[in-house]
Write a protein that binds this ligand. Structure first.
Ligand SMILES: CC(C)(COP(=O)(O)OP(=O)(O)OC[C@H]1O[C@@H](n2cnc3c(N)ncnc32)[C@H](O)[C@@H]1OP(=O)(O)O)[C@@H](O)C(=O)NCCC(=O)NCCS
Length: 159
């Protein structure tokens, strides 16, 4: 693991991240949910992992402005060829550390019910799925969390 460098994001990382997202998300195009402003004003809570300058992982997170106990992970991804090596865990642990420093004891994140890999990953990372207002494939979902009629699986972890 230590062969990989983890550092805070820079504005110049936006283009690199955007260019790999469709591939890393199996062709799903989620790029519009990650505008450059996240790479300008959220850098102290966002990270990239690199191996010899190659981008192999990223996490974009922030401290909730609404709930002073909450840190929120907006997006995280790992290069398909570097998965299951602990890089996702490393990125999440880095964010947890940042939350501890800021006295945030609750971490939240969400994913689409179609993203079974993300659901498994979050459960392995100690998140519980919050009760919602519906169920898809047996998984509790919340219908209108980020958009009307766009069900999301909501995760919560205490640190
Ligand atoms: C989800 C994702 C970030 C995980 O990254 P990763 O580096 O492969 O994860 P790690 O190697 O750190 O694994 C962490 C834990 O999740 C588990 N896990 C990871 N991928 C898994 C898989 N495909 N199936 C089962 N468990 C898996 C690992 O076994 C590990 O648990 P353990 O330590 O208890 O064994 C990566 O698969 C990815 O980028 N997916 C596409 C983008 C995406 O869906 N992001 C989700 C958040 S927006």
């Amino acid at each position: 693991m230590d062969k990989y460098l983890i550092r805070n994001t820079l504005p110049t990382d936006h283009q690199r991240v955007i260019s790999v997202m469709p591939d890393w998300w199996d062709g799903r195009d989620l790029r519009s949910m990650l505008p450059k402003v996240f790479f300008v004003h959220f850098c102290s809570n966002s990270f990239v992992v690199e191996a010899s300058d190659q981008l192999i992982g990223f996490l974009v997170g922030f401290m909730s402005q609404t709930d002073e106990n909450v840190g929120y992970i907006h997006f995280a991804g790992v290069h398909p060829q570097f998965r299951k090596e602990g890089i996702g865990r490393k990125l999440y642990n880095q964010f947890f550390k940042q939350c501890e420093l800021k006295n945030r004891t609750i971490i939240r994140a969400c994913t689409s019910p179609v993203n079974k890999l993300s659901i498994t990953f979050h459960q392995r990372m100690g998140f519980i799925i919050e009760a919602g207002d519906g169920e898809i494939d047996g998984i509790p979902v919340t219908s209108n969390y980020l958009e009307i009629n766009n069900p999301k699986v909501l995760f919560r972890r205490e640190i």
